[in-house]
Design a protein around this ligand. Structure first.
Ligand code: FES
Length: 160
């Protein structure tokens, strides 16, 4: 993806300092960086290797293992459709299809303007409200096609 962003070196250094550059805090460090950019930019990896003294392979392992951390650019709004059993039974597939159509992307992709990323996730723990999506840290339940489209419209309007 061509949307390269400038990383704020001072912010990165201050996050690293928060955890005393402790290699055991690699996950938390990466999570905090991800909270700023919605992913861990590649430019940050050499800094983590140097400052925390960790191996590059460990950085990649953390990013592979933890779903909340990505090394690929992700949209400002990460839309996660719960595909757990309860939500599946209540129509998660239709919700996913409506989102794919609306955003014109497939699961795992981001819109060109990097406003949205679409993902599938396992049970997010509020099965009684299914089908459920989360947008960043907000949960929306009891959705149907028009409900989910309205939610996306709301985020689009806020962005403009
Ligand atoms: S299955 Fe979707 S919240 Fe549990």
């Amino acid at each position: 993806m061509e949307n390269r962003l400038e990383i704020d070196r001072e912010k990165i250094d201050s996050i690293i300092r928060t955890y005393d550059a402790n290699p055991e805090a690699l996950l938390m460090t990466m999570q905090d960086i991800s909270d700023i950019y919605n992913y861990v930019p590649p430019e940050v990896i050499p800094i983590l290797i140097e400052k925390l003294g960790v191996k590059e392979s460990l950085v990649y392992s953390v990013a592979t293992f933890y779903k909340t951390i990505s090394l690929e650019p992700r949209g400002k709004h990460v839309v996660s459709v719960c595909t757990g059993t309860a939500c599946h039974v209540r129509g998660a597939e239709k919700i996913m299809d409506a989102l794919k159509e609306k955003l014109d992307i497939e699961e795992g992709q981001s819109t060109d303007d990097l406003l949205f990323t679409l993902e599938a996730v396992r049970c997010v723990g509020c099965c009684a409200s299914g089908p459920v999506i989360t947008v960043n840290k907000e949960t929306h339940g009891g959705l149907d096609r028009s409900g989910v489209l309205k939610i996306i419209d709301g985020y689009e309007q806020n962005a403009s």
